[in-house]
Structure formats: structure tokens, C-alpha cells
Design a protein around this ligand. Structure first.
Ligand SMILES: [Zn+2]
Length: 252
């Protein structure tokens, strides 16, 4: 089975040979032919080179991804360790000085809140926006409650402001933050338009907050009282990001 192969046949078989998809007999024949045919050898070398070029970026990408993941893991473990230590120290100091848990509760909740947010943001691949925002929403609720309970009931300072101002204002601002996330995740808007929408929501939020706290009456709202302080920055921002969004779309 060591018959000479015609160049045409070898050239037809080379792609399969490069991919190692030929039988042992064919392989042997092709190799015999390549030994003394410069033309076919040249073609084979080109093909092998192309194949190498194709495979290299894929492997490099995988290594990079692996490194990134490892770094991320170390970062998260480090953060977790540091946070645990911080909470422990706060609790011990608090117990020693106040003979009870007071401000360390607030500090601990804040640290856990920040960690949960970071963790959700880094780890999530699918529905990143929704999950991160959900963590923020629930976390803010818990943090606010902890501050109220620790201060009023354990430390005997402050007033019960949480039901009057705390929760309503928190819900308002969480709603405002959810809008751009929904625009981005559900409606697939570009990031610049989402920021522009957020700016407009902040403008509305500023006025509604002042209404809720009793600083403004409805009349102030309609007459856009102190617009420079409450909304000029946001309007400029919204226009600016809106323009960036249009330019980006137009350049595509
Ligand atoms: Zn040949």
C-alpha cells in the first residue's frame, strides 16, 4: 500500500490530514509523498500555520478568563475575611465600652450590605442588573431598620423617623434607581440613555423628597422652586448623556 499518490489527491486530502482525520494508511502515503514533493509540503506548512493561528487566541483567552476568575475569587475571599474581622472588632469594642450591641450593629450591617452588593455584581452573569438591584433594595431596607432600632431602642437617641420619612423616601429612591436598570435590562436601552433617564428621575425625586419631608408645598413643586439647586445639574446631565447616546447610535 505504498503507491505514489498524485499531487491533486494529496492536496485534496491535506485539510483532513491537518485535522488528523485520515486513516493510518492514508497518513503514511501522504507523509511519503510530502517527503519528496516540495509543492505539497509548502501547502501543508501553510495550512498547519493557519490552524495554529486559529487555536492560539482561543487558548490565550481561556487562560485569561481563568486568571480573571482566580483573581476575583481571591478578591472576594479577601474582602470576606477583612469584613469578618472588622465586624468582630466592632462587636468586641462595642461590648467592652457600652456593655451591649449598639453602633456595632449598624457598622456590621453596613459592611454586610456593601459585601452583598459587591458579590452580586461580580458573580452574576445572567440578570446582573436585576439581581444587584434586588440586593440593594433588600439591603437598604435592612440597613435603615437596623439604624433606627439601634439608635432609638438601644442607644436612646433620635426619634422614630423610619415610618414617617425613612421608608417612604427609601422606596421613592429605590424606585428611581430601578427605572434605569429596567430600561437597560428589559428594554435593552444603551447605557447613556439609561443615565439620562436616571438624571430626570433624580430631578423629580429631589422635589418629591422635599414634598415628603414637608420642606416644600405642592405650589413649590409646580413652580419648580429653587430650580438651580434642585434640578439644573440633572437637566444638563440628562441632555449631555442624551446627546452622547444619539452620537453613539449614529456612529454605528
Ligand atoms: Zn505533490
Amino acid at each position: 500500500m505504498n503507491k505514489e499518490l498524485a499531487c491533486e489527491i494529496v492536496k485534496d486530502l491535506l485539510p483532513l490530514y491537518v485535522d488528523e482525520m485520515v486513516s493510518d494508511v492514508s497518513k503514511k502515503s501522504i507523509e511519503n509523498h510530502l517527503e519528496h514533493c516540495k509543492d505539497c509540503t509548502q501547502m501543508y506548512q501553510n495550512m498547519a500555520l493557519d490552524l495554529e493561528k486559529d487555536e492560539q487566541p482561543k487558548e490565550a483567552g481561556e487562560v485569561k478568563r481563568f486568571l480573571k476568575k482566580t483573581k476575583q475569587m481571591y478578591f472576594l475571599y479577601g474582602l470576606g475575611g477583612l469584613s469578618f474581622t472588622a465586624i468582630l472588632v466592632c462587636t468586641i469594642v462595642d461590648l467592652a465600652i457600652n456593655k451591649g450591641l449598639t453602633w456595632s450593629l449598624i457598622a456590621g450591617t453596613a459592611i454586610i450590605f456593601a459585601n452583598a452588593f459587591m458579590y452580586a455584581f461580580l458573580i452574576c452573569k445572567k440578570n446582573k442588573g436585576y439581581i444587584t438591584m434586588s440586593v440593594i433594595s433588600v439591603g437598604t431596607f435592612i440597613l435603615l431598620s437596623t439604624i433606627q432600632i439601634s439608635r432609638y431602642y438601644f442607644m436612646d437617641v433620635g426619634t422614630v423617623w423610619i415610618f414617617r420619612y425613612g421608608f417612604p423616601i427609601m422606596l421613592l429612591w429605590l424606585g428611581i434607581t430601578w427605572v434605569p436598570v429596567l430600561c437597560r435590562c428589559a428594554l435593552k436601552w444603551n447605557i447613556w440613555d439609561c443615565i439620562a433617564v436616571f438624571m430626570i428621575m433624580v430631578l423629580i425625586g429631589n422635589y418629591v423628597t422635599k414634598l415628603m419631608t414637608g420642606d416644600y408645598a405642592l405650589n413649590d413643586l409646580w413652580s419648580m422652586h429653587n430650580f438651580i439647586g434642585n434640578g439644573l445639574g440633572e437637566v444638563i446631565g440628562a441632555v449631555l448623556f442624551g446627546i452622547i447616546g444619539r452620537v453613539k447610535k449614529w456612529r454605528k
